[in-house]
Design a protein around this ligand. Structure first.
Ligand code: FEO
Length: 394
């Protein structure tokens, strides 16, 4: 499909309704979409391509547009869901130059074997005149690879943001509605959260540009840019909520009993708990919960000498996603020994967390462990109080 956004400016969104996994890692409960954009001025600029899974559909769309020539193929980001069809487009449009950052050039040569003479490398702030319209390139590294840039169409005040502000959502809605918030949060949590600090700086920079449309490369377009800009400000900000994310697995009910008891104790303190039993958890839901919780508690049985492997996976992800949580603890059980606690603590090295006294039971939990869990719930309450996030204080 092709939609006209402004005179000479078009969106080419391509839905991937059935895709359920991205990077063989990220669940896509609502599919995804890959958006390319086109500016047909005296010069023609194609902004990104789409995933090679959609080659036929995308190339047919270009053909049906009667495009005889592409002058500039803007590549914001070298990941293949946007760059994958660049070699194909270059072979069909021999005049086209790939416009990208120097780092992106390096990646496109390495990943897609694009030859060096096809590039026009641009620096931060550089502009290209297309005729009546002008594109300015803004360097925004680490959203979410090191080479990423965004571009700004000066006359129409349109920001083409590639992955930044994206959402994995297949939809026939061209423009974002209220419901996109969850998909955008999921996307932020899974893709952008590790780069929270640098994104905060990029947002400050982008605030200097008047923006009428934000055109991301996944999900709907924002015709009310403040909607997504405000959400991002909140997500990248330092404020946390009065929430405990409780990640757990239980094999023989000991850890489960501790988890159940602990949830009740936290609830008595009016702390919201989001429990995730890893045997049934959608990892994207867990990532979303990590965006603004104040505390993470990990509950694991001991398998051989360490945590349950599902816990290892989830803790690895939590550490890699770098949520802004302030406090953490571990609860769990063991039969005859092991180093479950030590493994988990060592795996959280990326996070600036204050670790609260863990509670580990030998076998089924007994009076002492229940009393220790009560104490842990109390100390979470005190910590949340100290940082001023208890409900009554909100
Ligand atoms: Fe949508 Fe990082 O690619």
């Amino acid at each position: 499909m092709v939609y006209q956004l402004r005179p000479k400016v078009y969106a080419i969104p391509t839905n991937d309704w059935d895709r359920r996994l991205f990077d063989e890692l990220i669940p896509l409960p609502e599919g995804t979409s890959y958006n390319a954009y086109l500016i047909r001025d005296e010069k023609t600029a194609l902004i990104d391509t789409v995933d090679p899974r959609k080659e036929e559909e995308f190339l047919n769309t270009l053909k049906n547009l009667g495009l005889e020539r592409i002058d500039y193929l803007i590549s914001h980001h070298a990941e293949q869901d946007h760059s994958g069809l660049i070699p194909k487009v270059l072979s069909l449009y021999p005049e086209a130059k790939v416009v990208c950052s120097e780092k992106c050039q390096e990646f496109l040569i390495d990943l897609l074997l694009v030859s060096k003479e096809r590039f026009l490398v641009v620096k931060d702030g550089e502009r290209i005149s297309l005729g009546e319209k002008t594109l300015e390139f803004i360097s925004t590294p680490w959203v979410h690879w090191p080479e990423t840039i965004v571009s700004y169409l000066i006359e129409d005040k349109i920001l083409f943001s590639c992955d930044l502000f994206g959402s994995h959502l297949a939809t026939t809605d061209l423009f974002a509605r209220e419901g996109v918030k969850l998909a955008a949060k999921r996307y932020y949590a899974e893709i952008m959260m590790p780069f929270r600090t640098i994104i905060k700086k990029h947002l400050e920079r982008l605030a200097q540009y008047p923006i009428s449309l934000i055109c991301p490369s996944h999900g709907p377009i924002y015709d009310k840019p403040e909607f997504i800009l405000e959400l991002y400000k909140d997500w990248v900000g330092d404020a946390v909520k009065n929430e405990v994310v409780l990640i757990y697995v239980s094999m023989h009910h000991s850890t489960r009993r501790m988890v159940e008891f602990f949830i009740e104790e936290l609830a008595k303190q009016e702390i919201q708990v989001k429990p995730f039993n890893l045997t049934v958890t959608d990892i994207g839901e867990l990532a979303m919960a990590l965006v603004d919780c104040a505390t993470i508690v990990i509950a694991s049985p001991t398998v051989l000498t360490g945590p349950h492997p599902a816990i290892v996976y989830a803790v690895y992800l939590a550490n890699a996603l770098r949520p802004k949580a302030r406090f953490a603890s571990v609860i769990g059980s063991y039969g005859w020994g092991g180093r479950m606690l030590e493994y988990i603590k060592n795996m959280l090295s990326n996070l600036s967390l204050e670790i609260l006294e863990p509670v580990v039971a030998k076998g089924y939990p007994k009076e002492k462990e229940f009393s220790d869990l009560k104490r842990l719930a109390d100390s979470i309450y005190k910590k949340h109080k100290e940082i001023g996030i208890l409900k009554k204080e909100q």
